[in-house]
Design a protein around this ligand. Structure first.
Ligand code: FAQ
Length: 311
């Protein structure tokens, strides 16, 4: 019976059809999806912190309204993704426990500090830009609930990317100090943005199997290349320099050659030793603990409403 189920699953994958929550799936497929979707959800939730840091100090009412809307979208993205993950049989409560105990990861990028308001623009331009590059192909991922969540998320990420680019463009039209602030911010975020795509393909333990299952549609290096090619003309239009002396157009490959990020730094950040890892988790843990009374009250209310409707 197992063989027939596996055959059905493989045929669905081969036809590029979707696997849905009630369909049979190999345990490894389920585990990989829970890992990736949970990591993705946690990234959205932790990703609220670096930018949230600037909400109270936005330079104008307009900038504040934009930033508030963006950070609220990120909370929403986290919730769609936790819901997608719940269809695989893991509850949001369990996932949150795994995040705050360090058992599950979130994107390395959110362990870097935001030191100036230009960082709000750079995160929109480069971090949301990288997220779009990575997530547009995920709209075609083989697991239905994940792909459907991605469609809406990508639309909102496009707005996030545009607001960041527009912020930077405005600063670049400003004073010398503002231009220097943008350049300094881009210098700090460029390499960590390239790390968002994960380790080089040769050192990526999950890519081959995830591609075979149609969970990932491109390799880490392919998407990193796509991101570099997309960012170079945008940097030129902005008037900033990307901090990579090896960056240059390769006529033969019709793509840019570029340098390698510091992969030792990446590994250190992924293992929990980046500049802000401890702070991000401590903040998330405190918010979770401070919210315990809300969850308890909601459960008590639900139990009481249930009693009155059934008695
Ligand atoms: N950070 O074998 P692979 C956003 C881990 S966008 C931390 O290549 P895989 C929007 C990886 O998990 C950011 N860990 O893994 C936003 C694995 O460890 P494990 C979120 C990383 O899964 C913008 C190990 O290294 N986006 O939030 C990273 O095949 C602005 C080996 O790696 C997504 O999550 C990393 N950068 O490929 C929000 C997209 N890279 O679990 C707020 C969906 C790798 O075996 C503000 N995810 N690792 O212990 C993916 O596409 C994939 O999971 C990759 C990694 C490409 C990230």
């Amino acid at each position: 019976a197992e063989a027939a189920l596996l055959e059905g699953f493989e045929s669905t994958i081969a036809h590029n059809d979707r696997i849905e929550p009630r369909d049979w799936m190999p345990e490894g497929y389920r585990k990989t999806l829970v890992r990736q979707i949970a990591q993705h959800a946690h990234s959205e939730i932790i990703g609220m912190q670096p930018e949230g840091n600037w909400i109270t100090r936005a330079p104008s009412l307009r900038r504040k309204a934009i930033l508030l809307a963006k950070v609220q979208d990120e909370a929403g993205h986290g919730l769609y993704l936790y819901s997608a993950c719940e269809t695989l049989g893991t509850s949001r409560g369990e996932l949150t426990e795994k995040l705050i105990s360090g058992a599950q990861k979130y994107s390395s990028i959110f362990n870097y500090p935001t030191l100036s308001y230009a960082d709000v623009g750079t995160i929109g331009w480069l971090v949301d830009g990288a997220a779009i590059c990575n997530q547009v192909p995920l709209c075609r991922t083989s697991f239905g609930p994940y792909g459907r969540a991605m469609i809406r998320i990508c639309k909102e990420e496009s707005f996030h990317q545009r607001q960041g680019y527009e912020l930077l463009m405005t600063m670049m039209r400003g004073t010398d100090e503002q231009r220097a602030m943008v350049q300094e911010s881009v210098d700090r975020f460029w390499w960590p943005a390239l790390m968002m795509f994960g380790p080089p393909d040769a050192e990526s333990p999950n890519t081959a199997q995830s591609m075979a299952w149609g969970i990932k549609r491109n390799t880490n290096d392919d998407l990193r290349q796509r991101f570099v090619d997309m960012s170079v003309p945008q940097a030129e239009a902005l008037g900033v320099t990307l901090p990579d002396p090896e960056l240059k157009w390769n006529e033969e490959r019709q793509a840019h050659d570029f340098g390698q990020p510091d992969w030792d730094e990446f590994m250190a950040v992924v293992r929990g030793n980046g500049p802000c890892n401890a702070q991000r988790i401590a903040h998330r843990r405190a918010a979770h603990e401070d919210g315990a009374w809300v969850r308890e009250a909601a459960l008590a209310f639900a139990a009481r409403s249930h009693d009155t409707t059934t008695s």
